[in-house]
Design a protein around this ligand. Structure first.
Ligand SMILES: Nc1ncnc2c1ncn2[C@@H]1O[C@H](COP(=O)(O)OP(=O)(O)O)[C@@H](O)[C@H]1O
Ligand SMILES: O=C(O)C1=C[C@@H](OP(=O)(O)O)[C@@H](O)[C@H](O)C1
Ligand SMILES: [Mg+2]
Length: 179
């Protein structure tokens, strides 16, 4: 069954937005985008380099512009960066442009999934688990504010999550305001 519209994934670092988003795009026949990958493709440098050269403010400006462009496209799956929801304009753009899925996970799981990775500048601190807990506290309400669907990803494989999402989206997407 072809499910109409765009799907946008939000959630913290390590929630699986990039991984599940890619699998969901493949399963639905939609085109996959990742706002971080798009920023890297356009600038020719990795995310940590943008943070070094332009600070978080510079990165957020680029993220805003990329998201504003991508939400206007048709039939895509977009994995956003974990901080995309901080900007009210991004939140409005995401809500306007498609069906928003919040991938949720425990701080323990988020930590295990991101601990090895040096490409997340916000977690290069003395206590990354504590940082994740603070970000969870600050952002969970914002993810909930934009979400049409909240999915708990803890102790679930990417394959199972994708299957579960497909089932729920087939049911819900038709009733969605955008359909
Ligand atoms: N449901 C899951 N179970 C186990 N590992 C996962 C799951 N989802 C993602 N991962 C792993 O966690 C890491 C971060 O995933 P990623 O898709 O980059 O998250 P995000 O884009 O939300 O930051 C990757 O190594 C990925 O393979
Ligand atoms: O949470 C954040 O503020 C960020 C999350 C990252 O994306 P992922 O959520 O895909 O890791 C990336 O956009 C950047 O490092 C900032
Ligand atoms: Mg990602």
């Amino acid at each position: 069954m072809k499910i109409p519209g765009n799907f946008f994934l939000v959630g913290l670092m390590g929630a699986g937005k990039t991984t599940v988003g890619r699998a969901l795009a493949r399963a639905t026949g939609k085109t996959f985008y990742d706002s971080d990958h798009e920023i890297e493709a356009r600038t020719g440098v990795r995310i940590p380099t943008i943070f070094e050269l332009e600070g978080e403010t510079g990165f957020r400006g680029r993220e805003h512009d990329v998201i504003a462009e991508l939400v206007a496209m048709k039939d895509i799956v977009l994995a956003t960066g974990g901080g995309a929801v901080l900007n009210p304009e991004n939140r409005a753009n995401l809500r306007r442009g498609g069906f928003v899925i919040y991938l949720r996970a425990s701080v323990d799981d988020l930590y295990l999934r991101t601990a090895h990775d040096k490409n997340r500048p916000l977690l290069q601190t003395a206590n990354p688990k504590q940082r994740l807990a603070e970000l969870f506290e600050a952002r969970d309400p914002l993810y909930r504010e934009v979400a049409d669907l909240v999915v708990d990803t803890s102790r679930q494989t990417v394959q199972h999550l994708t299957h579960q999402l497909l089932q729920q989206l087939e049911q819900k997407a038709y009733a969605h305001r955008q359909a």
